[in-house]
Write a protein that binds this ligand. Structure first.
Ligand code: NAD
Length: 303
């Protein structure tokens, strides 16, 4: 039986909450916190009305930061959303201020669980959470490139009509424009991706993975369902002590940043980061992504 506190009840936060009540999960208590308390209360009531038909029992209510005391996971989806023609990095300064106010409140509690971050720019906000909380690196996790990875598997699956569950490929790097697909490490069943996809197919899929978020935002104003279910996958992987591998944003010691990389998740958080066996080109792409995240962090002049 586990407790999750959700900070930020907007599109992303509520998609996470709704996906959570629709899946089998160890979460038995879900607390909603938002600047807009009325909204958090209304959302909690609406979800509670749905729980009678949900697969697991769950207590859902709106609360405040003191609820973090005995929480297993605090998931932060608060912030300013990415809007049309705005890059994720444009959000950095605004969301830093938001995070300072949130984490200083949580620091006053006895919270000893795991931080799960969804707000953008994702890798920077995850890094800032660790700095502001002083938590051990492994107990701070960002959603990283898990959503981009889901998009990759969906797009390959559509192209070759093979289930996304049989496609073993990952998007790694920054959750942003410098993310990339290590195609040499992408397997379809036991085959190299190149057995099923032409170079053109791979370029088209790469383009679509990178631009899906912009495309959806241009059409409906935000993205939410995909990230909602990805956050549930991470939550369950942690609470089930599953040792599952996801491309979450975890700490990279070499570059002193958080970045999307294949990471083993267990109840203690990020148990282990898998060593990347990339070719030279992809190594350079990963380094480039690391430098971009570092530059974004440096733009805040933290020291
Ligand atoms: P939204 O505007 O719908 O919701 C944000 C919520 O945060 C609002 O309800 C707002 O009241 C609340 N909030 C703001 N400041 C707060 C504070 N100090 N304390 C508590 N609550 C506060 O935005 P959204 O569409 O839900 O997006 C949220 C974040 O998630 C954005 O940063 C967005 O870019 C990001 N996002 C990430 C991914 C991903 O893959 N990680 C995908 C989509 C969106």
């Amino acid at each position: 039986m586990s407790k999750v506190v959700l900070i930020g009840c907007g599109n992303v936060g509520m998609s996470y909450a709704y996906a959570l009540i629709n899946q089998k999960t160890r979460v038995s208590e879900l607390v909603l916190v938002d600047l807009n308390k009325e909204k958090a209360t209304g959302e909690a009531m609406d979800l509670m009305h749905a729980v009678s038909f949900a697969p697991s029992k769950m207590k859902i209510y709106s609360g405040d930061y003191s609820d973090c005391n005995n929480a297993d996971i605090v998931c932060i989806c608060a912030g300013v959303p990415q809007t049309e023609n705005q890059t994720r990095t444009d959000l950095i300064k605004k969301n830093y201020t938001v995070f300072k106010s949130i984490i200083s409140e949580i620091n006053k509690t006895n919270f000893k669980g795991i931080y799960l971050i969804a707000s953008n720019p994702l890798d920077v906000m995850t890094y800032l959470t660790q700095k502001l909380s002083g938590f051990p690196y492994e107990r701070v996790i960002g959603s990283g490139t898990i959503l981009d990875t889901a998009r990759l598997r969906y797009l390959i699956s559509e192209k070759i009509k093979i289930s996304p569950k049989s496609i073993h490929g990952f998007v790694i790097g920054e959750h942003g424009d410098s993310e990339f697909i290590p195609w040499n490490n992408t397997l379809i069943g036991l085959d190299k991706a190149s057995k099923h996809l032409t170079k053109n197919d791979m370029s088209e899929i790469t383009y679509n993975v990178k631009n899906s978020a912009y495309d959806v935002i241009n059409k409906k104003g935000n993205t939410s369902y995909g990230i909602g279910i990805c956050l549930v996958k991470i939550t369950n992987a942690i609470l089930d002590d599953s040792n599952k591998i996801f491309t979450v944003s975890s700490y990279n010691k070499e570059f002193d940043i958080y970045i999307g990389q294949p990471t083993v998740l267990c109840k203690k958080g990020a148990k282990k980061v898998l060593k990347l066996n990339l070719n030279k080109d992809d190594d350079l792409k990963f380094e480039n992504s690391c430098h971009i995240i570092q530059e974004n962090i440096n733009s805040l002049n933290l020291k």
